[in-house]
Design a protein around this ligand. Structure first.
Ligand SMILES: N[C@@H](CCC(=O)N[C@@H](CS)C(=O)NCC(=O)O)C(=O)O
Length: 253
């Protein structure tokens, strides 16, 4: 039997927010890829802190992408999203005109100390039991997230339907994987009622192609607002998330 190596290899796990953004983009564009399941923070065989993985990515983070045909290997979700769009001329999601892509870049850079706090403040304390957070740290992360959400509510999403304009771009994917994970239909960790523009945008994003497959892991994880999930639920969520991604891919391989 001959196996065909995918042009793209993505190291990650479906429950990881930045990994999900890359998975979603590749599914949206119907680009086949190999997904190598990783365990964030672990030194074990498939861990991001294993010496073999650290040789690839010294920062020990996922997502990590190898574009085998082009001898490209890279980390950082937003760099990967931009790379894939530029290389494939996906101008619908990352336009070529500076006036348009600068707004997307602006959001993507701001996201890291703002909206990404959604994970630090709400998700990781429930799911990443290997990480220890002080109350002060968590309070600050929650404040930072609320402030950033407020700026999306009043400064970005009241100007346009999506974050950087009236059509979807990669910054909407990057933002949704963080903000969307807290919705009542997923982890149920945040009350969006005071944010009507964000709520409208969340609904628009949930209607985007491949949303459900990219977010299957979160559906399996379920509401974690009352009780933190056990390790078996987390493993099952990643496994079923992986299967959903592979099943959708098999339709266009
Ligand atoms: N800025 C990075 C963040 C990546 C990141 O934090 N990934 C987590 C999983 S969600 C990770 O790999 N953590 C490894 C660890 O905790 O050691 C990106 O956007 O790609």
């Amino acid at each position: 039997m001959t196996t065909i190596q995918s042009a793209l290899t993505l190291y990650g796990s479906p429950l990881s927010q930045p990994v999900r953004a890359v998975i979603w983009l590749l599914l949206l564009k119907k680009i086949p890829f190999e997904l190598i399941l990783m365990n964030p923070g672990s030194k074990g065989e498939i861990g991001t802190r294993n010496p073999n993985f650290l040789k690839k990515n010294p920062n020990g983070t996922i997502p990590f992408l190898e574009d085998n045909a082009n001898d490209v290997a890279m980390a950082e979700a937003h760099a990967i999203l931009v790379y894939l769009c530029r290389k494939n001329a996906w101008f619908d999601l990352y336009p070529s005109e500076p006036a348009k892509y600068t707004k997307i870049d602006w959001y993507l850079h701001a996201h890291h100390r703002g909206i990404r706090e959604a994970s630090l403040a709400f998700f990781a304390p429930n799911v990443r039991k290997d990480l220890v957070f002080s109350e002060t740290f968590l309070d600050n992360a929650k404040k930072m997230f609320r402030r950033s959400l407020q700026s999306l509510e009043q400064g970005w999403l009241d100007q346009s339907r999506f974050i950087a304009g009236d059509s979807r771009s990669i910054c909407d994917l990057a933002a949704y994987v963080e903000i969307g994970q807290l919705r009542p239909q997923f982890t149920n960790l945040f009350d969006f009622e005071p944010f009507p523009n964000v709520k409208r945008w969340l609904d628009d994003m949930a209607a985007t192609d491949s949303h459900d497959e990219a977010h299957t892991s979160l559906t399996v994880l379920g509401d974690i607002s009352v009780k933190a999930p056990g390790i078996n639920t987390i493993k099952e969520a990643n496994k079923r998330g992986y299967r959903a991604v592979m099943k959708l891919q098999s339709c266009y391989r």
